[in-house]
Design a protein around this ligand. Structure first.
Ligand code: F3S
Length: 394
């Protein structure tokens, strides 16, 4: 692998963390056959929930910070295991909170922006088309590759952190234009009426294409929230990091000579049923990926003046929560008995320790992951139906 003089210097840095970061990237570059590094504009650090990394992760991050780890590009943090200000209201233990705060402090010492969100593009870190970045959370990777047109591989926690420190990543995979071509064609032959139907399509398509790059036809229009739901679902049921939606995210001609499949009304109903294995949720969670301001406003409108007979979490970034606070949406949701949580979600928080057995979600990503946590049962439906379903009868 060709290294520039600057990269050679980083490899011999007096700062142990910098040296280790560069060594890791060179090793990864050799594994993937990269010929050179590419400079990046931003990074996204994942693997920072105490639930995911436990005590060894806390000690690694603290040790790395002590060894001089410091990011050299804008680096946003993925969601943590709790809302730092409302963890008690979530039911998170003080022991968990203490370890999560140690992780936060280590990230801060490294210069990482304490954004704690999987939608950094809604919260102040929006790359532009063609920029190389090193992001790690799978739905965010999908969004910046597919909707924004930036270029990133699906990084792991350590490789994203190493890229953040050195400001570069091995140039392979989706950093190369020749690898950014559709591998499958998916013809959508049914109306997608809301965000959960985009999620169901993504969940179905991800299983078919696995780590391929699907090209969708038949979708006339999609909102930003619908596109983030589609990408998140495909990243969870498969490992899709790049997709194309004809006329919406790309002007590219449909691919020829690739495998194709059709998503019709039958597939839509079947996928919906597949994602739905519970009833009577004790907790409704909206915000996977993290909510936009519009999604929070929708929830607030649905619960205004009502009382909920289940818990409700509306998960978002701290930045978007500030807007929700200012616009009175947080107050409206809290008055109904719900919570607007920043920094976390029901997948990266210790949901299995919080007394919930059945959760409701409009996210196919969450519906794919939740059954793995203490056999959580899942109710999957669109946002409005879920919220209206837990409003107390008069
Ligand atoms: Fe984000 Fe958590 Fe969903 S990290 S994509 S809200 S599983």
């Amino acid at each position: 692998m060709h290294l520039t003089k600057e990269e050679e210097r980083l490899l011999e840095s007096d700062t142990p963390a910098t040296r280790k970061a560069m060594e890791l990237l060179v090793e990864l570059g050799d594994i993937y056959g990269a010929e050179e590094m590419v400079e990046i504009e931003s990074a996204q650090a994942s693997g920072i929930s105490y639930k995911s990394i436990g005590d060894p992760g806390v000690e690694f991050l603290e040790g790395f910070a002590e060894e001089g780890a410091e990011v050299s590009v804008t680096t946003f943090a993925n969601p943590a295991g709790m809302d730092f200000e409302q963890y008690e209201g979530m039911g998170v233990s003080e022991e968990f909170a203490e370890q999560q705060r140690r992780i936060r402090d280590a990230l801060k010492e490294m210069g990482i922006t304490l954004s704690f969100t999987c939608t950094p593009y809604l919260a102040g870190n929006l790359p532009h088309r063609g920029q190389h970045v090193a992001w790690a959370e799978s739905s965010a990777v999908s969004f910046v590759n597919s909707v924004v047109g930036a270029k990133t591989n699906r990084e792991g926690g350590p490789s994203a952190l190493a890229a953040a420190i050195t400001g570069r990543t091995p140039k392979h995979g989706l950093h190369l234009e020749e690898n950014r071509r559709p591998t499958h064609r998916i013809d959508v032959d049914v109306d997608l009426d809301d965000q959960s139907e985009f999620a169901a399509l993504g969940s179905w398509a991800g299983r078919i294409v696995e780590d391929g790059k699907p090209y969708f036809t038949g979708i006339d229009a999609a909102t930003t929230d619908e596109l983030k739901a589609l990408g998140a679902a495909m990243a969870a049921s498969g490992a899709v990091a790049l997709h194309f939606v004809e006329g919406v995210t790309t002007d590219m001609e449909p691919p020829e000579h690739v495998d194709s499949a059709t998503f019709g009304a039958g597939e839509r109903e079947e996928e919906h049923a597949k994602l739905n294995d519970g009833e009577d949720p004790e907790l409704v969670v909206i915000g996977c990926p993290h909510c936009s301001p519009e999604e929070i406003a929708d929830v607030a409108e649905a619960v205004e003046g009502e009382t909920l007979d289940s818990d409700l979490w509306v998960c978002t970034s701290g930045a978007v929560k500030t807007w929700a606070d200012r616009n009175g949406h947080t107050e409206t949701i809290e008055a109904a008995g719900g919570q607007v949580l920043a920094d976390t979600c029901n997948v990266v928080s210790p949901i299995e320790e919080l007394g919930y057995e059945t959760s409701a979600t409009d996210s196919a990503k969450a519906a794919n992951y939740l059954p793995g946590f203490g056999n959580q049962q899942v109710v999957f439906d669109d946002k409005r139906s879920l919220v209206e379903g837990v409003i107390e009868d008069e």
